[in-house]
Design a protein around this ligand. Structure first.
Ligand code: HSE
Length: 388
């Protein structure tokens, strides 16, 4: 197998290193805009060199972003080359188009590293869905936000200070918005739901609330009552639709998710025969992510065909039946919230069960009046309840 490697950043360099010295899979050409110095393969700035090279049978896309990644991956599939990508934004937005293109050209598209970095999540989800009807997927799918929440529970520290520390340690990006506002985890959830349920969800239909406004005082309230707060993604199969959302969630101290430290991920699926299975590990980083890229290459080299699922039915998202109690801390005046308030948590309220759809519909109003508002779903009953 001969590779055209698109991108030579953190993950690209990791793929190059892992493949160095192997003779079954070789990097033949690297595409990169920078001067890369001495390499054991060719380097180019022109994608056409890779498309025109009949010796390159597989393209690895680790550039990230939508363009030119979408144009390059489409061209590679159309040219009859297999593609492995770690690009969750690309797979999430163009899942249907890219899988159709791969199918039309008789080539394979894989993207295991796009969700969960080094965790073999999508490959096991694919296997599980062959035998089980998967009823739900989700969990902690973002290392940056888990690092921040973990640090805030372990010390009485404010969000901004922990974020700066995460950036210094290289866990958080210079622009951390996609992580802390929940868009990164939303994309991973959509790809997971696609594989688990054989559906296509639209990004604009999956509501997201991140952790940007969480405060040390919020965390003190949670800890006093035996809860741990994590940013959780969840998708659940319904009769004709899917419930899917991303929101901070208060978990009982005994829940598996509550114990996830630092920048680790924990992602779970439930199936009718296997019950619940959870996968824990490094969801990001050079070598964990590159490891799953190379695993995909091995699968293709071993003859694995197609994508993770053949079914791409467009599907409605319906969060009207997903009922949670919500912790709400806001100074915004909101009669609907007053009517639903059930418990006073000394500076915040906890509501009666309300639907995810209703709570996320109220959020723009709360945030407009008080941009520091924070909400979290309350799962179960504090010290005694179970996890997601
Ligand atoms: N920024 C992501 C995280 C890694 O913190 O988990 C890439 O998906």
């Amino acid at each position: 197998m001969n590779i055209g490697l698109l991108g030579f950043g953190v993950v690209g360099r990791g793929v190059y290193d892992i493949l160095a010295g192997r003779d079954d899979i070789r990097v033949r050409t690297v595409l990169c805009r920078r001067d890369l110095g001495a390499l054991t393969c060719a380097a180019t700035r022109d994608m056409q060199d890779i498309l025109d090279d009949p010796g390159i049978d597989t393209v690895v896309e680790v550039m990230g972003g939508l363009e030119p990644a979408y144009a390059y991956v489409s061209a590679a599939l159309a040219a009859g080359k297999h593609v492995v990508t770690s690009n969750k934004q690309l797979l999430c937005r163009y899942y249907k188009e890219l899988t159709a293109l791969a199918k039309a050209n008789g080539v394979t598209l894989r993207g295991t590293a796009a969700v969960g970095g080094g965790i073999p999540w999508l490959t096991n989800l694919e296997k599980a869905a062959r035998v089980n009807r998967i009823s739900s997927v989700g969990g902690i799918l973002n290392g940056t936000t888990n690092f921040i929440m973990d640090a805030m529970h372990k010390g009485d520290v404010e969000f901004g200070d922990v974020l700066r520390r995460a950036q210094e340690l290289g866990y958080a990006e210079a622009d951390p918005s996609a992580d802390i506002d929940g868009w990164d985890i939303q994309r991973k959830l959509i790809i997971s739901a696609s594989v688990a349920f054989g559906v296509c969800l639209r990004e604009e239909d999956v509501p997201v609330f991140g952790i940007r406004s969480v405060s040390a005082a919020d965390i003190r309230r949670f800890r006093q009552r035996g809860y741990t707060c994590k940013l959780i993604a969840r998708a659940e199969r319904l009769e004709d639709s899917v419930a899917a959302y991303v929101e901070p969630t208060l978990l009982a101290a005994g829940a598996l998710e509550s114990a996830v430290p630092a920048n680790f991920n924990l992602v779970s699926m439930e199936g009718e025969y296997m019950g619940r299975q959870s996968f824990y590990g490094q969801g990001a980083g050079r070598y964990p992510t590159a490891y799953n890229v190379v695993q995909d290459l091995m699968d293709i080299a071993g003859g694995k065909a197609g994508f993770y699922t053949d079914s791409f039915a467009p599907c409605e998202t319906n969060n009207a039946g997903a009922l949670h109690r919500y912790y709400v801390r806001t100074t915004a005046a909101c009669p609907e919230l007053d009517a639903a308030a059930q418990e006073d948590w000394d500076g915040a309220v906890v509501t009666l069960p309300v639907s995810v759809a209703h709570m996320h519909a109220l959020l723009p109003r709360l945030l407009e009046a008080d941009p520091e508002s924070f909400i979290a779903a309350v799962q179960g009953g504090g010290r005694d309840a179970e996890g997601c």
